[in-house]
Design a protein. Structure first.
Length: 75
């Protein structure tokens, strides 16, 4: 018998547009959302500039999740 992993109701990928083809695939009938964000590993500059960019991505992800959860509560 082939073991299968868990199925998910919703899958959110956050790969940037240039890496979208490398985002993982999830089997099953999950609702799929693609929220592209910049990849912090590609940031250049001083360590402080890279950290600032990473924090910006983090904050953008948080805002997107909070908006999505609020919209789901109102649905």
């Amino acid at each position: 018998m082939i073991e299968r992993g868990p199925y998910f109701d919703c899958v959110v990928t956050v790969c940037d547009e240039t890496s979208a083809e490398h985002c993982p695939a999830f089997p099953g009938p999950a609702r799929r959302l693609h929220w592209p964000f910049a990849d912090p590993s590609s940031f250049t500059g001083t360590p402080e500039e890279k950290l600032a960019g990473t924090r910006q991505v983090r904050d953008s992800i948080r805002e997107r999740i909070e908006a999505w959860c609020a919209a789901d509560e109102n649905a």
